[in-house]
Design a protein around this ligand. Structure first.
Ligand SMILES: *Cc1c(COP(=O)(O)O)cnc(C)c1O
Length: 445
């Protein structure tokens, strides 16, 4: 059984669901042969730029940003203080607000919109509706809508990926189909239907919904299935975020170099979103950026895969974990087989969080900066503490000779703004109750 490749101390902590920081000893080894070409990062950036005017037409809420799908990098000095870093130094904390990404309300807008736009461009080019360097605004024309209505774009998802793919595909006029398990949240189905998306419900769990969706889509001509586990187009949509983050850091007066390291903490489900972002950031900053994934203690699929050190797929079920967590965006049993081999070379490490801590993190984000996010989005909040306060974290920073007094910490928040207010309120109440219980009730002012 592949799980036996896990070092026994790591295995013990995983099985007992004790939060841990796992460090990737293979970081810095060369990317595997045949890794996706780095030019694709720039191509994805170029696609999102040339499609921005189109997006501004399709979605009135994007008029202000000129159609750019981007999020704020919000300085978080109060959060830093609240979590025990009160001594002033030149380190700085930021929250990357993908929870507020326009239109789709989560990090999935990056990958999902990029993939649907790429499909639309390809069909329009093939059908001579669009010239290679032509204005992408033509993709919003009645002729394009008529063309796209003959094609379907399908995805299997109970959550944010379905929202992002469904909303964009329907806006362009595709027959947009989201396959969901019957237990998916009612509000998600309602939001999709309101945008003109067909929601197909399946008995059984999420994996069965995806499999059924894939089979249905493959049986149809003129249909494209968005595959969360294998898609380059999703991956590079995420990777395209790196250059904007770099300019945000510059604008915030933060340098990234040998004496000023950058730490990025990314919630990980199947690995596509955080993996793509890591790929993009590594291409820009090389050894000066240190990317860590945050995973639930019940679903540490990337940790299990990488720590096993084998190519064969290893799942959290193989070591007896149940993959049940309130972080529904991160409840994934098996890491992406496209992404894991890349992260074996690039990822600094993974830390795990239990559900109580997710809610304490939600409380800290809300109390310090008024942010209301979904539980998955709060997984990375303790990243700086793992690095600065744990023996393993301190070992890492010493080994790499990093001056933590000059570090920049970016906590990537990944979803929440499409979650209905009453659900967000319920999260917050549980968060407040836990914070009180833990004797860590924070006061905003
Ligand atoms: C999907 C998702 C993630 C993780 O992305 P993966 O590509 O599955 O690793 C993190 N947070 C939220 C809110 C998500 O929806």
């Amino acid at each position: 059984m592949p799980a036996s490749h896990l070092p026994s101390d790591v295995l013990d902590r995983l099985q007992s669901k004790t939060p841990l920081l796992w460090l990737n000893e293979a970081q810095g080894t060369p990317l595997p042969e045949g890794h996706p070409p780095l030019e694709l990062i720039e191509q994805a950036q170029a696609r999102m730029s040339r499609c921005a005017p189109l997006l501004a037409v399709l979605f009135p809420e994007l008029a202000e940003s000129g159609g750019h799908i981007e999020s704020d990098l919000e300085p978080s000095p109060v959060l830093k203080q609240m979590l025990g870093f009160a001594t002033p130094d030149d380190s700085a904390w930021f929250l990357k607000r993908d929870d507020a990404l326009p239109v789709a309300g989560s990090i999935k807008a990056r990958g999902g919109f990029h993939e649907v736009l790429a499909i639309a461009e390809k069909i329009a080019l093939d059908e001579s509706l669009l010239a290679t360097n032509g204005d992408r605004l033509v993709l919003a024309s009645p002729a394009a809508k008529a063309l796209f209505s003959q094609y379907s774009v399908a995805v299997g998802s109970t959550g944010n990926l379905g929202l992002s793919i469904g909303i964009m595909a329907a806006a362009l006029g595709f027959d947009a189909v989201v396959h969901m398990s019957a237990d998916a949240k009612e509000w998600k189905k309602a939001r999709l239907r309101a945008r003109g998306v067909r929601v197909v419900e399946h008995e059984g769990d999420y994996a069965e919904a995806v499999a059924a969706g894939r089979a249905q889509a493959q049986a149809l001509p003129r249909s494209h299935f968005v595959d969360d586990e294998r898609s380059d187009l999703l991956f590079f949509g995420y990777a395209a975020s790196a250059s904007h983050l770099a300019s945000q850091l510059t604008n915030a007066g933060r340098r990234v170099d040998a004496s000023s390291p950058l730490f990025v903490y990314l919630p990980c489900g199947v690995g596509g979103a955080p993996g793509g972002i890591t790929y993009g950031l590594k291409a820009l900053f090389g050894d000066h950026v240190h990317c860590f994934f945050a995973e639930p203690t019940a679903s540490p699929c990337m940790l299990v895969q990488l720590a096993s050190g084998v190519d064969a797929p290893v799942s959290v079920y193989d070591i007896g974990l149940d993959n049940r967590t309130d972080a529904d965006g991160l409840a994934v049993g098996q890491a992406s087989h496209l992404v894991a081999p890349l992260m074996a070379s690039q990822l600094a490490g993974v830390f795990t969080v239990d559900d109580d801590e997710l809610f304490l993190n939600l409380h800290a984000l809300n109390a310090s900066m008024g942010a209301q996010v979904e539980p998955s989005a709060a997984a990375g909040v303790r990243g700086p503490q793992w690095l600065c306060n744990s023996a393993d974290g301190i070992g890492y920073t010493r080994k790499h000779g990093l001056d933590m007094r000059r570090a920049t910490h970016v906590i990537w928040s990944t979803g929440g703004s499409l979650v209905p207010a009453d659900a967000l309120e319920a999260f917050q109440q549980r968060a407040n109750a836990l914070a009180q219980q833990a004797g860590r009730a924070f006061h905003a002012d």
